[in-house]
Design a binder for this molecule. Structure first.
Ligand code: NAP
Length: 263
C-alpha cells in the first residue's frame, strides 16, 4: 500500500530515542521529511547519523527541551526554515517519575503537567498556522495504556496523560475537517527507558540477566513479547497518512493484547 507520504514534513518530539525514534524511522522509510528532537545534543546527533544510514530520506535534528516555550517555537521555526512547510506533528515526551500518592510533591505534579500536556498545547499552537496550509495535516499524540487502565505505581502517568486525551478529542472536533488528531496508547515497548528499568531489576538481583527479565516482563502479554519502537512507528505512520483519512479523535491501543478493558 502506498501511504502517500512522500515529501510531507513531520516534527516528532522526543525522538532521539525510543518510541519517537521508531516513528521517525517508519516515516523516513515512506519518503517523508523528518525533524527529530531531544535535549541531549550528543544523543540527538547519534540518532541523526543512525537514521541517515538507515534511510535516504531527508532528516534534520533540532535540539530543545519540551518544557521550554522558546525551544518549541524554535523547533517549528527551524522546520519551516529548512523545509518551508509542516504537515504532521507526532508528540512524544519523557516519562513522568514513577511513585505513589504519598511520594509525590506538588512540584512533581506541575512538572508532569508541563512536560506531558503543556508541551503539546504549545507545540500545536505554534504549528497551527503552518498545519492549516497543508492539504493533509494530521497530529498523533503518543500517550500510554495508562489512560485506559490505571497502572500500579504510576500515579502521574495515570492522571496527567488524561489531559492529553481530552485535548486530542477536543482538537479533533475543533480542527476538523482540515486537521485530523488521534492518540496511540502503547503498552511495553523495548526502548532505552524500558531497557534501563529491566537492567535495574537485574542489578537489584531480581533477575539473573536481561534476557530473564525480558521473559518475565513478556509473560503477561498475550503476544508473549514486548513491542519494538518501529511497530508503533508503523501505526503512527498509517494514522498520519491519507489511508487513515476517515479516522480522527481516536485512541488506539498497541500493547500485544495486554490491556484487559473491553473497549
Ligand atoms: N517504552 C514504553 O514501553 C512506553 C509505554 C507507554 C508509554 N511510554 C511513554 O512514551 C514516552 C517515550 O518513552 P520511550 O520509551 O520512548 O523513552 P526513551 O527511550 O527514554 O526516549 C525518551 C526520549 O525523550 C527525550 N526527552 C525526554 N525528556 C525530554 C524533554 N523535556 N524535552 C525534549 N526531549 C525529551 C529523550 O531525549 P533527551 O533525554 O536527550 O531529552 C529521548 O529522546 C514516555 O512518556 C513514556 O512514559 C513508553
Amino acid at each position: 500500500m502506498d501511504l502517500d507520504l512522500k515529501n510531507k514534513v513531520a516534527i516528532i518530539t522526543a525522538s532521539s530515542s525510543g518510541l519517537g525514534r521508531g516513528a521517525a524511522q517508519s516515516l523516513l522509510r515512506e519518503g517523508a521529511r523528518v525533524v527529530i528532537n531531544g535535549r541531549n545534543k550528543t544523543k540527538l546527533q547519534a540518532a541523526l547519523n543512525e537514521l541517515k544510514q538507515l534511510s535516504a530520506g531527508e532528516i534534520i535534528a533540532v535540539p530543545g527541551d519540551l518544557t521550554k516555550k522558546e525551544d518549541l517555537k524554535n523547533l517549528v521555526q527551524e522546520t519551516i526554515n529548512r523545509f518551508g512547510q509542516l504537515d504532521y506533528l507526532v508528540t512524544s515526551a519523557g516519562g513522568p517519575p514513577a511513585g505513589q500518592f504519598i511520594d509525590l510533591t506538588e512540584s512533581d505534579w506541575y512538572q508532569a503537567f508541563d512536560l506531558l500536556v503543556m508541551s503539546v498545547v504549545r507545540l500545536v499552537k505554534y504549528a497551527l498556522p503552518y498545519l492549516k496550509e497543508s492539504d493533509q495535516a494530521a497530529i498523533v499524540n503518543i500517550t500510554s495504556t495508562s489512560v485506559k487502565e490505571a497502572l500500579p505505581n504510576l500515579l502521574l502517568s495515570n492522571s496527567v496523560r488524561m489531559g492529553v486525551i481530552g485535548l486530542m478529542k477536543t482538537l479533533a472536533n475543533e480542527l476538523a475537517p482540515q486537521i485530523r488528531v488521534n492518540a496511540v496508547l502503547p503498552g511495553s515497548h523495548e526502548t532505552a527507558r524500558i531497557k534501563e528499568l529491566l537492567n535495574n531489576e537485574v542489578e537489584n538481583g531480581q533477575f539473573k540477566d536481561y534476557q530473564a527479565a525480558l521473559v518475565e516482563k513478556s509473560r503477561s502479554i498475550p503476544l508473549q513479547r514486548l513491542g519494538q519502537p518501529t511497530e508503533i512507528g508503523d501505526l503512527i505512520t498509517f494514522l498520519l497518512s491519507p489511508r487513515a483519512a476517515y479516522l480522527t479523535g481516536e485512541t488506539i491501543v498497541i500493547d500485544g493484547g495486554s490491556t484487559s478493558s473491553n473497549l
